[in-house]
Design a protein around this ligand. Structure first.
Ligand code: GAR
Length: 211
């Protein structure tokens, strides 16, 4: 991060989405404060019909929609995405429900400047259907993780986590809702921590958010 933040201004951050955009909304709300170290300057979706794009436009944030099906390969799509990110002066990327694997090339290009939120306490429950798998496993504590992105899926260094209880009557839906509320608290804190590191706006201490 320190390599790219040279102007002492807010970090120009793109949010990558594929759908609803509730984590995007949490990041937009946090970044509405001028003291927040990241500014959301672009929202990019691989699905042109993603509801989150409307949220972004309503907040006055520029949007780009690139339908991944229009590209011949994962790398071709990632190169197009990279071009759009560069064209908008992007310094940092936060993935928020971006449901597409990234090529090793893209991960390398943005190494240290690319983070993701995952709906489980990594390294448990990488991948999809995390809430159903947590219920099936019988865990009593579940949650979410913000981590740096590396080519191996959901395996990058952990930035922060938020924990929630699993209650006896939980269904996949009730557990998902509890974790999602935790995501909305965790992600703005985690993004501020990573982008604020060189801007001295956050105390330099590790954090564990246990809700
Ligand atoms: C969130 O729960 C996020 O953690 C998850 O998708 C949801 C997106 O919701 N991401 C993943 O599963 C990534 N593999 P949102 O669009 O309302 O933020």
């Amino acid at each position: 991060v320190s390599a790219v933040i040279t102007r002492g201004q807010r970090v120009r951050t793109a949010v990558l989405i594929s759908g609803r955009g509730s984590n995007l909304a949490a990041l937009l709300a946090a970044a509405a404060d001028p003291a927040y170290p990241a500014e959301i300057t672009l929202v990019l979706s691989n699905r042109p019909d993603a509801p989150g794009l409307t949220l972004a436009r309503d907040a006055g944030v520029r949007t780009v929609a690139l339908a991944h099906a229009d590209y011949e390969s994962r790398k071709a799509f990632d190169r197009a995405m990279h071009g759009a990110l560069e064209a908008h002066g992007t310094e940092f990327i936060a993935m928020a429900g971006f449901m597409r694997l990234l090529s090793p090339w893209f991960c390398a290009a943005w190494q240290g400047r690319l983070i993701n939120i995952h709906p489980a306490l990594l390294p448990s429950f990488r991948g999809l259907d995390t809430h159903a798998r947590a219920l099936a496993a019988g865990v009593k504590i579940h949650g979410c993780t913000v981590h740096h992105v590396v080519p191996e899926v959901d395996a990058g260094p952990i930035i922060g986590q938020a924990a929630v209880p699993v209650l006896p009557d939980d269904t996949e839906a009730t557990l998902a809702a509890r974790v999602l509320a935790a995501e909305h608290r965790l992600y703005p804190l985690a993004l501020a921590r990573v982008t604020g590191k060189t801007m001295k706006t956050e105390p330099d201490q590790p954090f564990l958010l246990a809700l």
